[in-house]
Design a protein around this ligand. Structure first.
Ligand SMILES: Cc1cc2nc3c(=O)[nH]c(=O)nc-3n(C[C@H](O)[C@H](O)[C@H](O)COP(=O)(O)OP(=O)(O)OC[C@H]3O[C@@H](n4cnc5c(N)ncnc54)[C@H](O)[C@@H]3O)c2cc1C
Length: 422
């Protein structure tokens, strides 16, 4: 399948990668993973490291989905703040979630262990769109410091210039534990590490369904049946194609990014080189690439049809934040589907020997690697940490196959409108 949305800066600057796998006679493995994004690859690699024989089946190529086209922002935590988690689930569960999702940095650990070349930088800034948002950020930073001894830095409005050359923001929180990277090159680095650990990576191969017969589990693909003791469904936005029932838990929301031509004044735009996400409901998020382009994400579309001209669609959002580069040349424009759950928490779990993890709701660059590793840990017999995420509440979207997307869209439009009206 050629994808008109894949004209990305990342694809243009990706390291060379080609899977060495040739389909053999023997199509029986301990583990079959469906999907070659961060989740699937992290799970495949961690399973192989534990001694399982593993095949990873990917419909296109590794990093084809959200993992190879996202904003590259590594934001510690989940879409809920730590105080929201503690308010809802109590101290003990919040602490367990905090230790996994804030304190651990499995992406950095993988990059260091395998020497993955993916332009990793440190520092993430959450920028307040309104004074009220800044008040909430300050309270959260205080909560993190006192309850979890987690250090982030409150940046007052008059000091924001040290991070971002935009007059729009009312302050922010700088988190030195966050950062940014080239997501496709990270995905390719994971693929190389997985292959070196013995994973068979089968690209251009679509999984049709998971089979469950008295003889055991398996995956039916376009070309063959693969038998497996365990199956991991890591297809995220496409999960409903393989497992219709799991598809009820997410809706895909299209989101678009642009990359300018390299900018002479790039360092003046973002002097601390942190990745920035703002606090709007339909947020703006941006950062510098290694070759000094501004990579900017902004605007969501609730229709699955992409805008005819992605650069023209995203440019006004960029111009609002950075009027000084309103007319900058834009070299790339691309998009992808963000799989969103009802409550914005990921949907992770197991049904017998089928594991799944999806719906990271725009906050998946860090947590997907973790989710893959926890699946492997649970498969090897220790489910304590996996259960911390698997026990998060989840609800299917109402409306059945045809009404699910329109109903979810109505809800999202309501919040986007509220955001615009302030
Ligand atoms: C535009 C955009 C910007 C984003 N920005 C950020 C960000 O800055 N920070 C952040 O934390 N998160 C961000 N996200 C979210 C983040 O990218 C995702 O949460 C994460 O990449 C999901 O990884 P995954 O492996 O679960 O899914 P994916 O990367 O989507 O992988 C799923 C894979 O499954 C394959 N597949 C699907 N169906 C089949 C099948 N039937 N058979 C075989 N293979 C199949 C697909 O081809 C795909 O490669 C963004 C997402 C988008 C789209």
């Amino acid at each position: 399948m050629t994808d008109p949305l894949a004209n990305s800066y990342y694809a243009a600057t990706a390291h060379r990668w080609r899977s060495a796998y040739e389909i053999g006679e023997e199509l029986s493995f301990d583990v079959a993973v469906i999907g070659g994004g961060f989740t699937g690859q992290s799970a495949a690699l961690a399973c192989a490291e534990r001694g399982f024989s593993v095949i990873l089946i990917e419909r296109e190529h590794v990093g084809f989905g959200a993992s190879g086209r996202n904003g590259g922002q590594l934001i510690p935590g989940l879409r809920w703040s730590a105080s929201e988690l503690e308010g809802e689930f109590g101290r003990e569960r919040a602490e367990a979630l905090f230790n996994l999702c804030w304190r651990a940095n499995p992406v950095k650990a993988r990059i260091e262990k395998h020497g993955i070349d993916c332009d990793l930088k440190t520092g993430h800034l959450e920028a307040a769109w309104t004074p009220k948002d800044f008040g909430a950020m300050k309270r959260e930073a205080e909560f993190l410091a006192t309850r979890f001894a987690y250090q982030s830095h409150v940046i007052e409005k008059n000091n924001m210039g040290a991070h971002i050359a935009s007059p729009l923001y009312h302050g922010g929180i700088h988190d030195p534990q966050g950062g940014h990277f080239h997501p496709l090159n990270y995905a390719i680095g994971l693929a190389r590490a997985a292959e070196a650990a013995g994973v068979c990576i089968w690209e251009d191969q679509r999984a049709r369904r998971i089979t469950d017969t008295p003889d055991g589990l398996g995956v039916m693909t376009d070309r063959a049946h693969v038998a497996a003791r365990y199956v991991i469904d890591a297809t995220d936005s496409w999960v409903g194609d393989v497992e219709p029932d799991l598809g009820r838990f997410t809706v895909p929301i299209m989101n678009y990014n642009i990359a300018t031509a390299p900018l002479a004044n790039a360092d003046a735009l973002l002097p601390s080189d942190a990745a920035v996400a703002d606090s709007r409901f339909v947020l703006n998020y941006f950062r510098l690439s290694a070759d000094k382009r501004l990579i900017f994400g902004g605007g969501e579309r609730y229709s699955q049809t992409p805008p005819r001209d992605i650069a023209a669609f995203v440019r006004p959002f960029m111009a609002e934040v950075f009027p000084q580069i309103a007319d900058a040349k834009i070299d790339y424009g691309w998009g992808g589907a963000v799989a969103v759950t009802m409550n914005r928490l990921p949907h992770i779990g197991r049904r017998g020997n089928v594991f799944y993890a999806h719906g990271f709701s725009g906050h998946g660059a860090l947590v997907t690697t973790l989710a893959g590793e926890l699946i492997a840990e649970a498969m090897a017999g220790t489910a304590e940490r996996f259960d911390v995420l698997a026990n998060l509440p989840s609800k299917p979207f109402p409306g059945g196959k045809w009404l699910r997307q329109p109903l979810a869209t109505l809800g999202l439009l309501y919040y986007a409108m509220k955001d615009k009206l302030g």
